[in-house]
Structure formats: C-alpha cells, structure tokens
Design a protein around this ligand. Structure first.
Ligand SMILES: Nc1ncnc2c1ncn2[C@@H]1O[C@H](COP(=O)(O)OP(=O)(O)OP(=O)(O)O)[C@@H](O)[C@H]1O
Ligand SMILES: [Mg+2]
Length: 303
C-alpha cells in the first residue's frame, strides 16, 4: 500500500506538486495520470526519497521509504529507464541490483525470464539496447528483489503494442497476487486498460480520483432537446445539476433513465440521450485538464 497525504513540492515560487492525497491499495493497479509537466515524476520521486517534500508525507507499506530496511526487497522502483549504466550488460546490471537486495543468484535469471529478455540479449551492453529493451530491463530491476510494491514512472514508454500488452498482463498478475502497483502515464488510453483505480493530476493538483467505474459514471448524461429551457428547469427541480454546452446540448448529473422519465412527464421532446463517458475516460480527462488550465489562467490574472 502507498499512502500519500497532503504532499507538496515547491521550487522557489513554482509549485510542482500541490497538496495531493491518495492511496494506492494492494491487490490493485493504480494509474497516475496527467499531461506533461503535471507533477507525476516529482511526486514519485518524493515517494522513494529522491526528492524531499516541501510538506506532506508519502508512506510505502506504512513507512517512510527511506526507513525501510533493504527497500528494494519491498518496493520495486523504475523511474527513468534511460538512466542505466550504458557500459554494463543487462545481466551485470541486474546482478548488481540483486546483490544489493541480498537476493540469491537465481533471482537474476528469473527476473530476465519474467520480462522476456533472452540470455543473448542479457549479455549485450545496455548502451546498445533499444528503448523497449531498456524498459524491460528496468522492470526486471524493479522485480528482482521480489517486492510487494511497484512504483513505475511511464513504464510503457517505448514499448511496441505487443510489449504494452505483455506488460499489462505482467502488472495485472502481479496485482492479482496481492501486490500494489502505481504506474504513471500521460496517455490515458494506456492506463485505462491496465488500472482499476485512477488518480488524475493536472498542474500539480489532483483533479479526479476513484475507481475507473466511478470516474466513468461521474461523466453524467448528454441530452439534446429543442426545448432545453423547460428540460433544464425540470432537471433542476429534481435537484440534478445541468450545464448547457457550447455544442447546443445539455450535460446533467441525472442518469439517462431519469432524464427520460422527466421528459415524458414534462412532455418535452428529447432528440439525443447518451452517457457523457461514451467517449471513454479521454473526454473526462481532457475536460478536467482543460478546466484546470483555465483555473491556472484565472489565478495568474489575479496575482
Ligand atoms: N528540480 C526542479 N527544479 C525546478 N522545477 C522542476 C524540478 N523538477 C521538476 N520541475 C518542474 O515541475 C513540473 C512537474 O514536472 P514533472 O517532471 O513532475 O512532470 P511530469 O508529470 O512527470 O511530466 P511528464 O509527463 O512530461 O514526464 C514541471 O513544470 C517541471 O519543470
Ligand atoms: Mg515525468
């Protein structure tokens, strides 16, 4: 389990991570999503003690990462797969990580096999690895200590479609065995298919979090009608939220059935009725980050 409470990081007057709180639970894959520069890597670096928080706490398995005895036996970390030493072979890289974790020798071959690097590939210098191979090696390094928690920053970067599918299976199985997985991405599509829980971050702030189902349900219903005014009034009387969209339709917190019943009772014609989440989480994500960008502009103007 990973527990983040009111975590904040400021660089001078710039706030990279702004008071974020969430929990990544065991047995589940948690996706940490946000556009470029949102603060994902900064937050993850704070979780593993590489960056000191300005305020707030990050606890992994109930403790500060730095106070864990032999942290790599508990937490597998992959932050930047391109940072591996180019002169060592993949096997040497893993042997070092394995020795540091105090693992038996066989753990290296087991980790290589788990990530699909062949013995021949393992003997090549990391400097000659493709990006995808580096990601696999990075994942092997995270897994070599047989940890209960994985913290992975953009692990799918550079993987081809088959590689992404392979990684999805690996992480799902890992979580199904009781492990905790926190993985970041700026690509919704990628995370949508792996994660059960989602934390969305924009400009350092959490803009939405919950299970994937909760977030999808939270999208509301889109309603088209030639009589929007009456329909809006009826929805509001029933205590539903309603917003008129620039496209000329309405988005409401009511379910499609609730809208249909109200429209029938009011004798209002409805020409379109669908879940706002039909476009997938992407719509929600873009909407949320767009709102966040506007908030940033307002704040800037006020300052
Ligand atoms: N050491 C630092 N000094 C100053 N600013 C920093 C530092 N580290 C990060 N930042 C800033 O904090 C913000 C968040 O960066 P971060 O790398 O955490 O984003 P990210 O969500 O990981 O983005 P990406 O998807 O591009 O990897 C950026 O504006 C970045 O420039
Ligand atoms: Mg990053």
């Amino acid at each position: 389990m990973i527990q983040i409470e009111n975590l904040t990081k400021r660089y001078g007057s710039f706030t990279a991570v702004n008071d974020i709180s969430f929990t990544a639970r065991s047995g589940r894959v948690t996706g940490f999503l946000g556009p470029n520069g949102a603060g994902k890597s900064t937050a993850m670096r704070m979780m593993v003690g590489l960056t000191t928080p300005t305020s707030g706490t990050a606890r992994v398995l109930g403790r500060d990462y730095r106070s864990l005895p032999t942290p790599t036996r508990h937490v597998g970390v992959m932050l930047d797969a391109t940072a591996q030493h180019p002169g060592r072979s993949g096997r040497e890289t893993l042997a070092l990580a394995s020795a540091m974790a105090g693992m038996p020798r066989g753990s290296v071959e087991a980790a290589l096999e788990r990530v699909g690097l062949t013995p021949r590939e393992a003997d090549r210098r990391v400097g000659n690895y493709s990006l995808g191979m580096r990601q696999r090696l990075g994942l092997a390094g995270a897994l070599v200590g047989d940890p209960q928690v994985l913290i992975l920053d953009e692990p799918a970067n550079g993987l081809d479609p088959a590689g992404i599918r392979w990684m999805r299976g690996l992480l799902r199985d890992y979580a199904a065995d009781g492990g905790t997985v926190l993985l970041s991405s700026h690509l919704l599509h990628e995370v949508e298919q792996i994660a059960q829980d989602l934390v969305m971050i924009g400009r350092g702030r959490i803009v939405a979090q919950g299970t994937k189902e909760e977030l999808l349900r939270g999208g509301g219903t889109i309603v088209g009608s030639p009589d929007r005014v009456r329909l809006t009034e009826a929805l509001q009387r029933a205590e539903h939220q309603v917003t008129a969209r620039p496209q000329g339709d309405l988005v409401t917190s009511a379910t499609a059935e609730e809208v249909a019943r109200l429209a029938l009772a009011e004798q209002v014609l409805v020409t379109e009725l669908r879940s706002a989440s039909d476009g997938g989480l992407e719509d929600i994500f873009l909407q949320l980050t767009a709102d966040d960008a506007r908030e940033g502009v307002t704040e800037g103007a006020a300052a």
